[in-house]
Design a protein around this ligand. Sequence first.
Ligand SMILES: Cc1cc2nc3c(=O)[nH]c(=O)nc-3n(C[C@H](O)[C@H](O)[C@H](O)COP(=O)(O)OP(=O)(O)OC[C@H]3O[C@@H](n4cnc5c(N)ncnc54)[C@H](O)[C@@H]3O)c2cc1C
Length: 355
Amino acid sequence: MMNINEFIAEVEKTDIDVYTDTMVLDVSKDNVVTAVNNKDGLIKIQAVAVVLAMGCRERPRGALSIAGSRPAGVMTAGTAQKYVNIDGYMPGRKVVILGSGDIGLIMARRMTLEGAEVKVVCELMPYSGGLTRNIVQCLDDFGIPLRLSCTVVSTHGKERLEGVTIAQVDERLKPIPGTEEYIDCDTLLLSVGLIPENELSKGVGIDLDTVTGGPVVDEYRETLHKGIFACGNVLQVHDLVDYVTEESKIAGKGAANYIFGKKQGGTFINTKGVNGVRYIVPQRVNIENEDGVKLYFRVGQVYKGAKVVVECDGNVLSSKKKVKLAPGEMENVLITPEMLRNMNENSEITVRIEE
Ligand SMILES: Cc1cc2nc3c(=O)[nH]c(=O)nc-3n(C[C@H](O)[C@H](O)[C@H](O)COP(=O)(O)OP(=O)(O)OC[C@H]3O[C@@H](n4cnc5c(N)ncnc54)[C@H](O)[C@@H]3O)c2cc1C
């Protein structure tokens, strides 16, 4: 997998104009991109194709109902990542992390390697949202405890965080009275969910998937708005950058083919996640696609030894037993060209979990 500097070097070899420190304000219905920066002022670019790649934003403290005042030392994991990796500051020495998705897990390891003591990682759900390998490599290897079905109920300290109270939660995710525990800490890192950054997409009137929060796309990652493509965290939240790279190549190729008129029409049908499958990307598939299509999906809970069943028009297309399925792990199934050939414009592909 290439690193960021190699990607930059690749772009520099081309004649592509790169505008840094530039904010896109609007994408119009006829694909005119309006941006602004200090050097050029207002810029308008008439695009044939646009690839949306605005990433996501982290759910902030305000979205959680944690009691307490607003002391320094409470921040999102991404802010702490910026302090440590880019600015060279340590956000604190005694750390509690709320949320055990991959970002929370990676930050537990990072803060430990930088010399902090990570007291505990608390997770609201009865399972971690992160990859098993990250639980092992980021927590177990450093002896950092993971408390499942547990949350932070209050913060303490006025100017600077002095401690937090954590508590176990019941099956309705409500704190259980009597289980409260005070933890002495000066930093609380929040890693409690990401929200695709789709203000520009909404401005164009692009249809969004209510589950992913990102645009509805076909297998070329084209949205329902002609010539506008999407990839990365703006499309669906990815935990690992490797998947973002994979998806951006698909969208880039889709946009290039669109510009050169290689992709014209097709017969599109819907995909649908049912019975444990929360969502599928892409949501639409061209049955005339001669290369086959990979469907990416996530499950809503942990399954052990369950089957992933792909069905269309009452026919089971594939059924595969998996040792473990977890919300943190993006899964995929392949729809082969042979499978697509047997479908028609009224078909719908479903993916479900069978226990
Ligand atoms: C806090 C956090 C930590 C992560 N840590 C890791 C990690 O350690 N390892 C890993 O593999 N993955 C990690 N990930 C996973 C992450 O999904 C990828 O690493 C990757 O950065 C996502 O790529 P992206 O291009 O979709 O979005 P981003 O990398 O977020 O890029 C989006 C870019 O679009 C810009 N932008 C947004 N709106 C506009 C606008 N209107 N005009 C102009 N520019 C705009 C943003 O400034 C940003 O530069 C992390 C994700 C988050 C949120």
